[in-house]
Structure formats: C-alpha cells, structure tokens
Design a protein around this ligand. Sequence first.
Ligand code: ZN
Length: 360
Amino acid sequence: MRTPLTRRNVLFGLGALTVGVAAAKYLSKDALSPLLSQDLHSLKSSSNARVVWHPSYGMPWYSNGEKFIFEMLVPMTIGAHPVNILRYAALSDELLQQGIITKQDVELLRLIDPAILGEFHTPKYLQKVKRLAENPALSLINRDNPINKGLYDFYLAATEGTYIAAKIALEKGNALNLSGGFHHAFKDHEAGFCFFNDVAGAIIRLRKQNVVNKVLIVDLDVHHGNGNASYFQEDTNTCIFDMYQGDIYPSEKIPVEHQIVLEAGETDRGYLSKLESLSDVVSSFRPDMAFYLAGADPFEGDKLGGLDLTKKGLRCRDDFVLRLFQERNIPVAVTLAGGYSDLEDLVDINRGTVESVLAT
Ligand SMILES: [Zn+2]
C-alpha cells in the first residue's frame, strides 16, 4: 500500500532535487544557447524529468482568505463559474499518489518575469490585469474572467511552465506542463478564462533566441483557439492545426491554415478519423517543434463542449499525436488546456495525457 502524499510532503520532497541536463537528443550540445542552459538550470529536476509543475498550480491561496471570494462573491456576481479551481491540485495529487510522477519530475522554481510578458502582451493590458488582481472588488466586474492575486501568480507560473516544457522538449523529445494552453488570450485582452498566452509567448521567446523557426500548434481543445490565431495570422513560420466544435464559444472565429470544424455529437470514430489528416500537415510543413493543446473538453461529459468522445477515445487521440511527432523526431511541448467535466473525470483524462507523454 502506498503512503498518501500530501501537498506539504510534495513541496518538501521536490525541494531536495538537483539539476541534471541530459545529453541532448534533439539539439546537439554545441547548439545549446547560453539562455537554454541557463533556463534549464533554474529548475529542480532529474535528467529524466519531462513534467513541469509549480506550487501555485495547486492554488494554495484558495484554502485561505481568498476562498470566500471564489465560493461566495463570484457565484453571486456572475453565477457559478465553469472552471474548477481545484483541478490542478487534484491532478498533481493523483499523479503523485499513483506514482506516475515522482520526485524526479520537475518543480518550476520561478514565475515568469512580468517584464518578459511585455514581449507578447501590451503594456496597457498588463497594467489592467495587475490592477484587477490587486483589487478583488474590481475583478468581479470582469464577468467571466475574474482574477485575484492568487490567480495572477498561477497564470504567471503556468505561462513560464509552458516555456520551460518547450525547452525540455527540445532536449528530450517531449515534455508536459501540468497546466497551460491559454489559447483564448489576445495580446491586449483576456478571454475565455485565459489571461496570458503561454504558447504564443513560448514561441516568440524561443524564436528570439534562434532556438526554433518553424512551429506547429496542434490545438485539440474543443474550443477554437482564437487568441493563438490572432498572434500568428501573418506568420508563415507558425502553422496552426485547430480541430474544434463550430457552434460554441468563441462566436467569432479567426481562420487558421488547417481547421477542422466539428458538429455537436461527434464520436470517437469520426473524431479520430478526421484527426488522421494531421499526419499530412506535419509531413508537408516539417516543423522544428510542435505545441500540443490536449484539451479535455471534447469529452462526452464536458459541461461546455458538445462532443461525445470517451476517455478511451481521448487517450487514443493523445497517443496518436505524440507518436506522430516521436516517429518524426519532432520535439513537442504539451499543455492541458480546457476541461469542464466533473473533477474525477477531468483528472482521469488529464492523467491519460500525462501517461501518453511519458510513454513516448
Ligand atoms: Zn476549451
């Protein structure tokens, strides 16, 4: 019988780790930029670590004073919010208890430097988010997208997490951020529960360092990634493959190079058959690396999506995507994106994604 791990055990356990950068499989050692080495040395990790996590993903502030705001004031003001704020804590607890991630996995040591956010968000917008975060009363007028100091730190950590997962993927083939995938965030405004665009930010930062040029985004969240599309509309070196349900949020779609629009009720068989076209996209575009948004919301029990995929179908989806990149030696960074089913189902689906990453 396993000894249950509490969050406190995990934090202290992870604290003892040291960094080891493995021999590069995807970049030769000579190709490592000083910035890349520096970033990897900011992590606590073993040489095998491919999962990125930060203590603020567990929303530790939630059990303190700010819980009142989210359990009482937010529902009174905007109605019950579809995001289950406990999803990331429940997931990391489950992964540790099941032994799927261990102390050899990564703890991210830092939040993104707010100054770096300025590379992919406008100063005016960043000031607005900070002001909302510091004043919960103001935040409540922000309708679907309330924020407070705790959530602000969560978004800063999760945004850095996707960038670090991308760096690890370049070294080791694939890596996963136990959060991220905020594909509705635009340069100058938040949307759809997304404040900072982690994937766009990671691509912009990596490109600035000349680490990658051609990047493919595979977005299999049930919602169209309008924020991602807005960032790369004019950029021929970033290709987006977006498979989403057409009649749900967001109402205004932004065209991307490869989009597959699904109708409500799509099942495993139809979905997986349509997904096969990704193979041709990868072969013709030949990206240096990929970002995969493995949204859990195409699930049949999702409260915001209308597709009928089973957990088994979603696991097949993840295995297909990850093997596709593995076979072609293309590094892929994975984020969890959306998910609005019951907590137990959501954790099950996300756990399948983690297992799929670690199996490839
Ligand atoms: Zn979604």
